[in-house]
Ligand binder design. Structure first.
Ligand code: WT7
Length: 574
C-alpha cells in the first residue's frame, strides 16, 4: 500500500476527557477504570443498577435520562422515572417466574417501553436479545429457537411474526399496545405494569454473567448469537468518556436502533453509565426530521453512520441552513467506511469533523477511533483506544510492517469482548485461532504514524493483475464523482486479470445512466486513484442492496453478478 493519504484535519479543541492521545495511551490501565463500579467494593454488579439506579442513589434522580419523540409522542423521563419503570418491569418478569440467565427478547419499535423493558430484564439478571422491529418471521424464529428464549416483549402489530407453535421454550409473550389478545401465554404489558411495584430487588451478578445476546449475520449460514457479559460496562463507560467525549451537561443522540449493537452499547449504556441525557427518536429517517431533532433538543454529541451522512449530504447543504445546529460539539460515525468526501462535507456544513470509529458486534465496544484531541486523516479509522493493542498481522499471526495490508487483529482480551457464540463454540474459536489475537475478518493497514486504514472484509478484497485492491478505496473515489450517490464494488473473475473491478452505482437526482457517463467514471477513478483500481465494468442500479445498518452488501452484488445464491438476507433493508 503506497498511497498513504496525507490530508489532515487538525484537532479543533482539547477536552478534559482526553487532552493528549499518546500520553493517555501510554498510561491507560483498565484496572483504574474498573474502580468506578460497585463490584470494586462488593464483588457484585448489575448493568441496570450502574446505568440507572446508581444515579438515583447518588442524588441525580431528577436529571433527565431520556428525551423521546416520534410522530405521535413527545416525552421526557428522569433517571428516577427509568429506575421506577424498569423496576416495575423487573417485577412483572419475576412474577412470571423468569430470572437470572433466562433469555428475554425485545421485539418492538423504539419507544420508551423498549428501554423500560430492556432495563427491567437486566435488573433481574436476564440476558436480553434485542431484535430489530423489521425482522420477519424466519429471522425471529431462527433467533428465538437458537437462544431458547423464554419470553419476548412485543407489540400487537409484530405479534404475528412470532411463530409460537415452533418455539417450545417460549412461555410468555408480553404485548405493549391497544387490543392485546387474551390468550394463554399472552401478557398485557400495561395491565401488568400498572399492578407492579416500583421497588425491585436488583439481582446482583458477577462480572462474567450474561448481559446481551446480539445476533449478527455472517456472510454465510445462520445468524450468530454474540454473547456479551456485564464486564463490558467498563468499556462502555470509558469509551463514553474518551471517544464520545461525554460531559455532564451533554445532550447525546445515537441514531442506531437497539436491534444493533450500536443501539445498545452506545444508544443506552455508554450515555447512561456516564449519567448523560439520551435522545431517542422513533420512526424513520428523514433529513428534515433529523435536523429538527438536533435543533429541538440542542443535541451536543451525535453518533450516526456513513449511510445516514451520505443521505444527508444528498439532501443538500440548503437543508442544513434551515436549522440551528449551534449546540452541536462532537460528531461521530460507525458501521462502514466513512468516505473522506463525507468528512470534508461535514466540516463544511456542520463546522465539525466527523470522527470515524471502528468496532464490531463481536467486540462489544469501540476499538479503533478518532478522538477530539487528535488530528484526523480523512478515510482513516484512527488509532487504537487507550487500553487496546491493535495490529496488522499475516495469516500466521506475525505482525506486518507499516503500509502492508493484512488482518486487522486485536490483542486479547479486552473488557467488552464477546464471551461466546451461542451454541457454536467452533465459530467462536475461529476468531481466536491465532494465539493471543482476535482476528476481525477485516483487512486494513497501518501507516507510519499509527493510523489504521480500512480496506475491506477479508473476503471482499480484490486481486486484480496481482494487485490487491480494497473495495472501499474505489467506492470512496467513486462517491466523489458529482453524479454518484452510492457505489458498491466487487471483484469479478476475469481470465486475464484474475479479477476485474466491477462497480454498481446509484446516481444522484438529475443524472441519467449512459455509456458516456461510464467512460467518464472510469477515467475519474483511473486519474484520481490508479489504473488498476478503475472499474472496467459499471452497472447502474436504482438502489444498492444494504443492511439496515447501512452497509452495502457486496456479497449480494457478487451473487447477482455470478448468479450465485445470495445467502442469509434477514438483515437486508426493505
Ligand atoms: C463490521 C462490523 C459495531 C458497529 C456497527 C457495525 C465494518 C464497522 C467500520 C468503520 C470501516 C467498519 C467492518 C466490521 N465497520 N465500523 N469505522 N470503517 N468499516 O457492527 O454489524 O458487527 O459490523 O462493520 O467490516 O467488521 P457489525
Amino acid at each position: 500500500m503506497e498511497n498513504v493519504q496525507q490530508e489532515r484535519i487538525a484537532a479543533t479543541a482539547t477536552t478534559p476527557n482526553m487532552r493528549d492521545y499518546e500520553n493517555t495511551y501510554a498510561s491507560m490501565r483498565w484496572e483504574e477504570v474498573e474502580k468506578q463500579f460497585s463490584w470494586h467494593e462488593t464483588g457484585k454488579v448489575n448493568m441496570a443498577y450502574e446505568a440507572v439506579d446508581r444515579h438515583v442513589e447518588q442524588g441525580r434522580g431528577s436529571k433527565t435520562a431520556l428525551l423521546y419523540s416520534d410522530a405521535s409522542r413527545e416525552e421526557s423521563y428522569t433517571f428516577a422515572d427509568i429506575a421506577a419503570q424498569s423496576s416495575r418491569f423487573a417485577n412483572v418478569l419475576r412474577g412470571l417466574g423468569i430470572g437470572k440467565g433466562d433469555r428475554v427478547f425485545i421485539f418492538m419499535p423504539r419507544t420508551p417501553e423498549l428501554y423500560f423493558s430492556l432495563m427491567g430484564a437486566l435488573k433481574i439478571g436476564a440476558v436480553v436479545g434485542p431484535l430489530f422491529e423489521a425482522f420477519m418471521e424466519t429471522a425471529v424464529r431462527d433467533r428465538l429457537q437458537d437462544s431458547e428464549a423464554v419470553a419476548i416483549v412485543t407489540t400487537p402489530a409484530l405479534l404475528g411474526r412470532i411463530p409460537r407453535s415452533e418455539l417450545p421454550a417460549l412461555k410468555h409473550v408480553i404485548v405493549f399496545g391497544d387490543d392485546v389478545p387474551s390468550e394463554e401465554g399472552i401478557v398485557d404489558y400495561r395491565t401488568e405494569m400498572a399492578g407492579a411495584s416500583e421497588e425491585a430487588q436488583i439481582e446482583w451478578l458477577g462480572r462474567e454473567d450474561g448481559l446481551l445476546l446480539h445476533y449478527t449475520s455472517g456472510s454465510t449460514g445462520k445468524p450468530k448469537g454474540v454473547y456479551h457479559v456485564q464486564n463490558a460496562m467498563i468499556q462502555h463507560y470509558y469509551t463514553g468518556q474518551v471517544v464520545l467525549d461525554l460531559q455532564p451537561d451533554d445532550v447525546y443522540w445515537c441514531t442506531a436502533d437497539p436491534g444493533w449493537v450500536t443501539g445498545t452499547s452506545y444508544g443506552i449504556f455508554a450515555p447512561w453509565l456516564n449519567g448523560v441525557t439520551n435522545v431517542i427518536r422513533g420512526g424513520r429517517f428523514s433529513p428534515q426530521d433529523w435536523y429538527a431533532t438536533l435543533q429541538k433538543y440542542g443535541v451536543t454529541v451525535w453518533y450516526s453512520a456513513p449511510t445516514a451522512f451520505r443521505m444527508l449530504m444528498g439532501a443538500g447543504d440548503e437543508v442544513v441552513q434551515q436549522y440551528d445546529l449551534s449546540k452541536l460539539r462532537h460528531v461521530l460515525s460507525v458501521g462502514e467506511p466513512l468516505n473522506p468526501e463525507v468528512v470534508r462535507w461535514g466540516l463544511k456544513v456542520y463546522g465539525h469533523r466527523i470522527h470515524d470509529t471502528w468496532w464490531m458486534t463481536e467486540t462489544g465496544g469501540q476499538l479503533v477511533c478518532n478522538y477530539p484531541c487528535m488530528t484526523i486523516k480523512p478515510g482513516s479509522m484512527g488509532k487504537p483506544l487507550p487500553g487496546i493493542e491493535a495490529a496488522i498481522i499475516d495469516d500466521n499471526g506475525n505482525e506486518l510492517p507499516p503500509n502492508r495490508m493484512g488482518n486487522l487483529a486485536i490483542r486479547t482480551p479486552w473488557p467488552s469482548m464477546m464471551r461466546k457464540i451461542w451454541n457454536n463454540p467452533a465459530k467462536y474459536e475461529e476468531y481466536f485461532r491465532l494465539q493471543g489475537w482476535y482476528v476481525s475478518g477485516d483487512s486494513a493497514y497501518r501507516d507510519e504514524e499509527g493510523y489504521f486504514w480500512f480496506q475491506g472484509r477479508i473476503d471482499d478484497v480484490i486481486n486484480t493483475s496481482g494487485e490487491r485492491v480494497g473495495p472501499f478505496e474505489v467506492e470512496s473515489k467513486l462517491v466523489e464523482h458529482p453524479a454518484i450517490a452510492e457505489a458498491g464494488v466487487i471483484g469479478k473473475p476475469d481470465p486475464m486479470r484474475g479479477e476485474i473491478i466491477k462497480a454498481f452505482i446509484s446516481l444522484r437526482e438529475g443524472f441519467e445512466p449512459s455509456e458516456e457517463l461510464k467512460k467518464e467514471i472510469y477515467t475519474f477513478v483511473k486519474v484520481g486513484l490508479s489504473a488498476h483500481a478503475a472499474p472496467r465494468e459499471i452497472e447502474f442500479k436504482d438502489k444498492l442492496p444494504k443492511t439496515r445498518s447501512g452497509k452495502i452488501m457486496r456479497r449480494v452484488l457478487k451473487a447477482w453478478e455470478l448468479d450465485l445464491p445470495t445467502g442469509d438476507l434477514s438483515t437486508i433493508e426493505d
